[in-house]
Design a protein around this ligand. Structure first.
Ligand code: SD4
Length: 299
């Protein structure tokens, strides 16, 4: 049986490599993906996820994460959690609950504390400096504060046909306190159905959530589309809809994988992603929009 893992952004490569060894050795998709996302969360050089994530307008690191088990359709999600080390692990833990599976703010922190998760000040000196610099730039150049956002999202399938998806992010730099993006919202930031496939999104959460895009990709795969066709169709049709109705569409990038380990990517901006399967070495690709197609090449 096949295994595979696909992830948003080049920063996921190390985690994808690690997970690919776990999958090859017969570990399950949920644990392999969790380890891969934790590696991104724990790296302070990645300023859009976990430790060292860029703060909100109040200089606080508020994190969002989501986890979905494609066998049971169980979901666990967190919005705006502060001072906890590995949001993906907390979300995964939450997915085992029957009730209260999506927690925000202090409620999420209380749950994490009671469940024994490690607390940690997630603001690094570098991120604080970046915040100060941006405050100054906003005064000097009236620069848009809302960039520097790269959510890690992954879809993973193991040898036993278990399929999961998950996300973790600090959201948009300089976001309002309490702002939650698409990343913890099932169906928007991620979706997984082991009998079909999974999808995850990155980009402007405010736009991604308007179309429930991850669910839409999985739905199209269920209708028989190849993952590549499904991802392209969803990203371009929805970008066009937003342009028509609202005048513009934000950045939207999606990666997906079906239950057979076939994968796809759709994006309306330049976007990197990492993938590994039992037939492909862990590799990073760079994708770009080309008309109504997404083309990609090895990084
Ligand atoms: C959000 N979608 O909070 C996230 C940010 C992101 O690439 O993925 N940026 O809106």
């Amino acid at each position: 049986m096949r295994w595979g893992i696909i992830a948003t952004w080049e920063m996921a490569l190390e985690g994808v490599r690690h997970a690919s060894k776990m999958l090859e050795n017969g570990l399950n998709a949920a644990d392999s993906m969790e380890e891969a996302i934790k590696m991104v969360e724990n790296n302070p050089l990645y300023t859009s996820v976990g430790y060292g994530g860029l703060p909100n307008e109040k200089c606080e690191v508020e994190l969002d994460a989501g986890f979905m088990d494609g066998n049971t359709l169980s979901v666990g999600a967190l919005g705006g959690i502060k001072d906890f080390k590995n949001p993906i692990s907390i979300a995964k833990n939450l997915s085992e609950e029957r009730f209260n599976i999506f927690l925000v703010g202090t409620g999420a922190e209380e749950y994490a504390h009671k469940s024994g998760f490690e607390s940690k000040n997630m603001l690094t000196e570098e991120s604080r400096k970046a915040w100060e610099k941006r405050i100054q730039e906003m005064k000097d150049k009236s620069l848009s504060p809302y960039d520097g956002h790269d959510t890690v999202g992954m879809v993973c399938i193991d040898k036993y046909e278990n399929l999961v998806s998950g996300t973790s992010t600090s959201g948009l730099f300089m976001k309002k306190k309490g702002r939650v993006g698409d990343s913890p919202l099932p169906g928007s930031g991620y979706y997984a159905d082991s009998q079909v496939g999974g999808a995850v999104a990155t980009g402007l959460g405010e736009d991604i959530m308007k179309g429930c895009l991850s669910y839409e990709v999985v739905r199209l795969m269920e209708e028989g589309l190849h993952p590549q066709q499904a991802a392209e169709k969803v990203v371009y049709e929805f970008s066009k809809k937003l342009e028509k109705r609202r005048g513009k569409a934000g950045a939207i990038s999606i990666v997906c994988m079906n239950k057979n380990g076939e994968w796809g990517v759709g994006t309306n901006v330049e976007f990197s992603f990492a993938v590994a399967t039992d037939e492909e070495e862990p590799r990073v690709y760079v994708a770009n929009k080309d008309g109504d197609k997404t083309i990609y090449h090895l990084a």
